[in-house]
Design a protein around this ligand. Structure first.
Ligand code: SAH
Ligand code: F3S
Length: 444
């Protein structure tokens, strides 16, 4: 009987991508079959996130629960990967000696070998190194479900925003060669994929080593990906406002396949805080980029990440953030209370905002963001959107789920299974907080 693998993934889309690749790799190398519960598994992998302290705390709680499974089944192997593994290294096995292997985000491709080594060694196997482009070269072609696929285009980040642990855990930026990306996109399109999501911590920094003109990497890549036959929708995440150049704005007119949604994290609307965060742009520069995008692509929806309670954030600074949300009118966004992280330059700044104040600010911001996302949804009522049917609804398997031209989830009833994976006209009839209700309009 084949061996069984269980992977639990915390954190961002990069981690989801890495977990899927590990699954593919272990299937190819050792015939591992993925199971839905840790209890059934011969190998358990935890792909961790360390972006905020809370995420990190969850790791040891989770491992504590799995320790009991190992007591029952001594042959069970447990591995820890991702950003906490990269940050803590051998400290993980010191605190949880029953962990057999530890690997970082840049060594996921070595997991099959590391796993093999666990049986020839008495101690744990640890590899949290940052080999340069080795990862891109050694990952198998992704298997895919549904009409949409992530394609990793770069890894790491060189921006060193003062609050962020990512450059420390994922290393410096490395771009994947254009040819290799396009080969993967062609192969995905042949398997029926219609939408490509270009993935990286900071995709605006994408550099094609063959391209002579500096700074045009991402726009050129988008143009090339959208040109692949069968690919009708392209998006990218996550991008940084600092490197959102005119070429990237212009590409919205040139490439109709580019989705009418951009996730452009601003973090704060205050110039003082933006500077303290080392974001390298001002509030006005950010607004200018947004206005250009709205002009060039009417109806584009903008989302963002926000941090509240950064050290030194005054009520006025926070007001500036609230005002910015009015000015931009964001679609569904993410907001967090600042969490000091190891190795970052902000970690030693004096924390002047009380925990209660931080919580109140978060609640005020989230209420506003929810309202503005709902206003956008309400304005869509009565309109027909060319929507990509991604599958059956998670909540009700009797219904379909699709994503509109501006990337919102719309639920509609229909019994024609052949619609899955296709673009279909859906009329929006109701706006809810997290989704839209629609009616399939084949005549449109
Ligand atoms: N590459 C992205 C950010 C990746 S991290 C960018 O350019 O902005 C995802 C989000 O987590 C960030 O946008 C930020 O809002 C949040 N975040 C990162 N570090 C944090 C910290 N120390 N405390 C609270 N939130 C944080
Ligand atoms: Fe983090 Fe800033 Fe890079 S938020 S991922 S250091 S752009």
């Amino acid at each position: 009987m084949g061996k069984k693998l269980f992977i639990k993934t915390q954190g961002c889309q990069m981690n989801e991508y890495d977990s899927d690749r590990m699954q593919d790799l272990l299937n190819l190398s050792h015939g591992f079959e993925t199971v839905k519960s840790a209890e059934e598994a011969d190998l358990i992998l935890l792909n961790t996130c360390s972006i905020r302290e809370k995420a990190q705390e969850k790791v040891f709680h989770q491992l504590g629960r799995w320790k009991k499974l190992k007591e029952k089944n001594p042959d069970l192997k447990i591995g820890v990967g991702g950003c906490v593994a990269s940050q803590e290294g051998a400290k993980i096995t010191k605190r949880a000696p029953y962990v057999d292997l530890v690997f970082g985000p840049q060594t996921v491709h070595r997991v099959p070998t590391l796993y093999e080594n666990t049986s020839n060694k008495d101690s744990s196997v640890i590899d949290i190194s940052f080999p340069k482009t080795e990862k891109f070269e050694n990952l198998p072609e992704p298997t895919s479900e549904g009409p949409s696929a992530f394609v990793s285009i770069m890894e790491g980040c060189n921006k060193y925003c003062s609050f962020c642990v990512v450059p420390h855990t994922r290393g410096n930026e490395i771009s994947r060669p254009l040819d290799s990306i396009i080969e993967e996109v062609i192969s995905l399109s042949l398997k029926g994929i219609r939408e490509i999501v270009l993935l990286g911590q900071n995709v605006n920094s994408y550099r094609d080593s063959k391209l002579k003109t500096k700074g045009l990497g991402l726009s050129n890549l988008i143009r090339t990906v959208a040109g692949v036959e069968g690919i009708d929708r392209v998006s990218f995440t996550t991008s940084h406002p600092f490197e959102f150049g005119q070429d990237l704005i212009d590409i919205y007119t040139e490439v109709p396949e580019l989705i009418s949604h951009v996730h452009l994290p601003v973090q704060s609307g205050s110039n003082n805080i933006l500077q303290a965060m080392r974001r390298r742009h001002t509030r006005d520069e950010y607004i200018e980029t947004i206005n250009k995008l709205k002009e060039i692509r009417p109806g584009i929806s903008i989302s963002s990440d926000f941090i509240v309670g950064f050290p030194g954030e005054s009520e006025q600074d926070f007001q500036d953030t609230l005002d910015l949300t009015d000015e931009v009118e964001y679609d569904e966004s993410f907001s967090f209370i600042y969490s000091p992280r190891p190795n970052t330059t902000a970690k030693d700044l004096e924390d002047s905002v009380s925990p209660q104040e931080k919580k109140e600010r978060l609640d005020r911001l989230q209420a506003k963001l929810e309202q503005s996302a709902l206003s956008i949804s309400r304005r869509m009522v009565g309109k027909v959107s060319n929507s990509l049917v991604t599958g059956v609804s998670k909540k009700d398997p009797g219904e379909f789920q699709a994503r509109t031209e501006n990337n919102k989830v719309v639920i509609f009833s229909c019994d024609d299974q052949s619609l899955i994976g296709n673009f279909v006209p859906v009329e929006i009839v109701e706006a809810k907080t997290k989704s839209l209700r629609g009616i399939y309009r084949p005549e449109c």
